[in-house]
Design a protein around this ligand. Structure first.
Ligand SMILES: [Zn+2]
Length: 738
């Protein structure tokens, strides 16, 4: 028997005795809900008990739902709908039950069916808004507006609107909606909670509002959970956890809050407590995707290994740990040294970096967070990110991603998590290109189209572009815009100005004031001047977009038909129209192919070097460039090109063999040792030659013990391997010679 069922049965037994408390006539769904809302748990329970015994299946459904007997409630709703096809109410309420029980797909269908039967059903529109709000879908606002249009006195719709506005950092609009709800109803508890959240976000005391809430319902944990939700959304994870704790303290069976508590503890690396909370939710039937997947992820941690020192905790999956560790450690430490100096701030403790080869595992880390398909995410001093092996080779530059996330670690820690999203993201994007002009995302076609169509948001509204996009590409457009804003500020006012702004934001000053104070211009003027600057940089490319797009199509066709002369003539022109286009089917690759076909290696190398400098990161294309560079007598350039691939996709045995060979020949012994070690870490079929090559690198570096160790390993797997026998003899002769 499930715990929920046991609780339900117990309460049935208890309330048979307490039936006199509620007369049959009192038992209406609204009446029961009001009792619960006012914290009268026992009376509410008795009320729902009554409902569950009514003849009308719809009323029975409400009763079972109130008693937490979800399956019975579901059955009764099904019956109610079957008995009366025109019944919109039963459909709306059934949808709400399913929404509450993690089935948004069927909930949405029911709300839509209800609207077919009753096109003016405000409750059905609210239902659709709630479903959309779960995924930070902009449609939530439109559905909710419909609900309010039909019923301007709809308290819950005003409360939802307030919540959506606060999620978008539009505090003024949020408070206005909350006040409307409070004006309409003395028990608009969520409206009051919005006020409390706004106070907490501004670092003021929310006590007055919580007093008001307590007077209506002393155990209304939802109010604290609502505040916690907004804290987490503003990346104030510790504070969010504290509020979730208060929520479950007041209402221990508020499973949604307990699950969030567990998830946020997990985010901060407090895994034992996280597991306890999540298991408690699971055992009590609260099994939404976030709870179940988080528990699964906690289980999978046994497949990870952790490397720790005073400043870095690196958590890697066992199978790829040996391969990735040296590269990740190097980049993480470089990033930390850079930021420590640049931001004039030393972290109080180590940073934890978790690298997930299974993208689904990483995705669990971002469940319930806004934004689409990110590569990395930072929770205070914990960074979780995709492993390069979790995506298609060349999909992203992991070193650039790690550099980005490390900026968040510093900025969030040093401002006590009080920077707006646009600034944190913009600065992190800006830092990627500061570290290397080849890093960071280029201006993509959808960004160019947004610039051309004048869809960039004013800086004071930019947060909304990250949280609730109005068009599909708005999240990446917003990343780009925020990054360029930081480029612009650094260029015009100097790098320290960005730091000054971070410190101003830390005092919880809004964007509009920070820009006025620190930059000395109004936010409106800032937008104007920034857009003019951006236009000078990419305006022409944006204007060229259609011409480029058509030209690229023709170019691809010409390349397919091997019309090399045409590819070269047109390709050079098309590339100039939009030089940052280094993605699929780019002119650089078509041009290089045409030059190669004509035997013109020099031009092929030149065009691919340009591709490399523009941040092109397809591993095969970069390897092609490296071979050309080697053939043209520049082994140093070839090695540098191959080393770039380590930042992109190090899961490549041949890459490490070739780079090891080049570096050994160039007397870069530490580099050669690292690369031949990486060959071994890829678990090659030919272990013998890998060991032997590593032994050679150690020998060349003067590390004879290591050389001997590896040459003996090589001979163990292949005793007749002549080059290894020879090297062992040399090593032994060398010893004697001493
Ligand atoms: Zn970021």
């Amino acid at each position: 028997m499930s715990r929920a069922l046991a609780v339900a049965l117990l309460s049935v037994m208890f309330f048979i005795g307490a039936q006199h408390a509620v007369r049959a006539a009192d038992a209406t769904p609204d009446g029961c809900a009001a009792l619960r809302k006012h914290g009268k748990a026992a009376e509410a329970q008795a009320c729902y008990q009554k409902l569950s015994q009514q003849g009308d299946p719809y009323l029975r459904a409400e009763g079972y739902w109130g008693l937490g007997m979800y399956r019975d409630a579901n059955d009764q709703f099904r019956l109610a709908v079957a008995q009366s096809d025109g019944n919109a109410l039963a459909r709306v309420r059934w949808g709400r039950l399913l929404h509450e029980r993690f089935n948004n797909a069927d909930a949405e269908s029911l709300f839509k069916e209800a609207l077919q039967r009753d096109p003016k059903n405000a409750q059905a529109y609210l239902g659709l808004a709630l479903v959309s709000a779960d995924g930070f879908d902009n449609a939530a606002i439109q559905w909710n507006e419909k609900a309010l249009e039909l019923d301007p006195k709809f308290v819950q719709a005003h409360e939802l609107m307030a919540n959506l506005a606060l999620e978008d950092s539009d505090t003024a609009a949020a408070l206005k909606q909350a006040d409307q709800a409070i004006g309409l109803s003395s028990d608009a508890l969520d409206g009051m909670a919005i006020h409390a959240a706004a106070e907490v976000l501004a670092d003021r005391s929310p006590d007055d509002w919580f007093d008001k809430i307590r007077r209506v319902n002393p155990s209304y944990g939802e109010a604290y959970a609502l505040v916690a939700h907004h804290l987490v959304l503003n990346r104030r994870y510790q504070d969010g956890i504290a509020y979730y704790r208060k929520a479950v303290e007041l209402d221990p069976e508020l499973w949604s809050a307990r699950s969030e508590l567990g998830i946020n503890l997990m985010r901060l690396g407090q895994e034992d407590e996280a597991r306890r909370e999540l298991e408690l939710c699971y055992a009590n039937g609260f099994r939404d995707a976030a709870t179940v997947n988080s528990l699964r992820l906690l289980d999978s941690y046994k497949n990870f290994v952790t490397f720790k020192d005073g400043t870095l905790i690196l958590k890697l999956q066992k199978k790829e740990a040996d391969l990735l560790r040296p590269y990740f450690e190097t980049v993480a430490k470089q990033a930390m040294a850079t930021y420590e100096k640049k931001y004039k701030f030393k972290l109080p403790g180590p940073v934890q970096v978790e690298v997930y080869p299974d993208h689904e595992d990483f995705a669990v880390r971002t469940l319930g967070m806004p934004g689409l398909g990110a590569l990395g995410v930072t929770f205070g001093a914990v960074v979780a990110m995709d492993s390069p092996s979790g995506r298609k080779a060349g999909d992203f530059n992991w070193a650039s991603t790690l550099w980005h996330e490390m900026s968040h670690v510093y900025i969030l820690t040093m401002t006590n998590h009080r920077v707006p999203r646009w600034f944190a993201e913009g600065l992190a994007v800006h830092e990627e290109t500061q570290a290397s002009p080849e890093w960071g995302d280029r201006v993509t076609p959808e960004i160019l189209v947004a610039i051309r169509d004048k869809k960039l948001l004013p800086v004071t509204d930019l947060d909304r572009g990250f949280v609730r996009p109005e068009y599909e590409a708005q999240v990446i457009v917003s990343y780009y815009q925020a990054g360029r804003i930081c480029d612009y500020i650094q260029g015009r006012w100097g790098a320290d100005k960005l730091l000054e702004m971070a410190h101003s934001f830390a005092k919880v000053e809004p964007t509009v004031d920070v820009i006025q104070q620190d930059l000395g211009i109004s936010a409106g003027d800032f937008d104007h001047q920034f857009l003019a600057w951006l236009d000078a940089d990419v305006g022409k490319t944006a204007a060229n977009f259609d011409q480029w797009h058509k030209g690229l199509k023709d170019l691809a066709q010409a390349a397919k038909e091997h019309h090399n002369e045409e590819v070269i003539a047109d390709g050079q022109q098309i590339r100039v129209l939009y030089p940052d286009y280094v993605y699929d089917a780019n002119p650089y690759e078509f041009l290089a192919g045409a030059y190669q076909a004509q035997g013109n290696k020099k031009e092929a190398a030149a065009v691919l070097t340009d591709y490399e400098k523009r941040g092109g990161h397809d591993p095969d294309t970069l390897k092609e460039l490296a071979s050309l560079e080697e053939e043209l007598g520049s082994p140093g350039e070839a090695a540098a090109t191959l080393d770039r691939i380590n930042d992109i996709y190090p899961h490549d045995e041949q890459l490490h063999r070739k780079l090891g060979e080049l570096w050994l020949a160039q007397s870069n012994f530490p580099g050669a040792i690292r690369e031949y070690s990486a060959v071994l870490a890829t678990h090659p079929i030919d272990v013998t030659s890998a060991r032997f090559e590593l032994a050679q690198a150690y020998w060349a570096a003067g590390q004879k013990d290591k050389a001997k160790e590896n040459v003996l390993e090589a001979l163990e797997s292949a005793p007749d391997y002549r080059p290894a026998q020879k090297l062992l003899l040399q090593l032994e002769d060398d010893d004697k010679g001493k």
